[in-house]
Design a protein around this ligand. Structure first.
Ligand SMILES: [Zn+2]
Length: 262
């Protein structure tokens, strides 16, 4: 990964953010008022959404992370590394560029970002339609990942939400782009918003951070249900045309106008 530092200035060289700079009252603000407002909203949403990981029992200790892309800028907001869930707040969320570099001088930048930041950054760089990424080690999803077995689409809720099986991604260890690459290679062109990285656990994507959190909650729910179904026999398959019809209906008809969609 590149060691270069993001330059939050309006200099023509060194800046890779397509955001105009503004100077106000002697202080340098790297971003336009619109982008500053979008960053503030994303800090709020990402901090708050971490509580959902606790609420749905998807994480232990400080594990798990949520990030959200800043609309209109080559930036995203992610959780700091190793900070208690009780202490997460908008001001200690960390602003990064799409290479995963922390933007210096911004709130929270004194802390290290989540150890999975490079994977999140890789997804944002390579999947422009993605607005949020979530990673957990939720128990049942990890159990499928440990076996390297895709979760078969044998319940209608799974057809609704994921449009088919939950795929397995390659074995990859932290430290370079290999986790991010595995997520993108598995999910690009796939209906599923969740991938189970082999021997590791689920990464989910969504149109927003909230949508990716929903996918993380749902993937654990279906992993659990199908795991339990397996205990007493072989679950019945759902015909492909029924899976297609359920997926289409749920993605296009179900819910309220204005819901976060893929
Ligand atoms: Zn992990």
């Amino acid at each position: 990964m590149s060691a270069r530092t993001h330059q939050p200035t309006d200099g023509p060289a060194g800046s890779n953010s397509k955001v105009p700079a503004a100077r106000t009252g002697g202080a340098v603000s790297a971003f336009s008022p619109e982008v500053e407002a979008a960053i503030a909203r994303q800090r709020h949403d990402v901090a708050r959404l971490h509580a959902e990981l606790i609420r749905w029992g998807l994480v232990i200790w400080t594990g798990g992370n949520v990030s959200g892309r800043v609309p209109g800028a080559d930036l995203f907001v992610i959780k700091p590394s190793g900070v208690s869930y009780d202490d997460l707040a908008p001001e200690n969320m960390i602003l990064c560029d799409l290479d995963g570099n922390v933007v210096p001088g911004t709130p929270g930048s004194e802390n290290a970002p989540s150890s999975d930041t490079a994977a999140h950054a890789y997804v944002y760089r390579n999947m422009p339609e993605v607005g949020g990424v979530v990673h957990t080690h939720s128990t049942y999803a990890v159990a499928w990942a440990a076996r390297g077995e895709p979760i078969p689409c044998v319940i209608t809720a799974m057809a609704d939400e994921f449009g088919g099986e939950i795929p397995i991604g390659p074995f990859a260890i932290i430290g370079d782009d290999s986790i991010g690459r595995g997520i993108v290679e598995t999910l690009r062109g796939h209906r599923s918003r969740a991938v189970l990285m082999q021997n590791h656990g689920p990464f989910t994507i969504g149109s927003s951070a909230k949508d990716a959190v929903k996918a993380a909650v749902m993937v654990e729910d279906v992993a659990r249900s199908v795991h339990i179904a397996r205990q007493l026999g072989e679950p019945l398959p759902i015909p492909q045309e029924a899976i297609d019809a359920l997926f289409h209906r749920y993605q296009n008809v179900y819910g309220q106008q204005g819901d976060d969609r893929r």
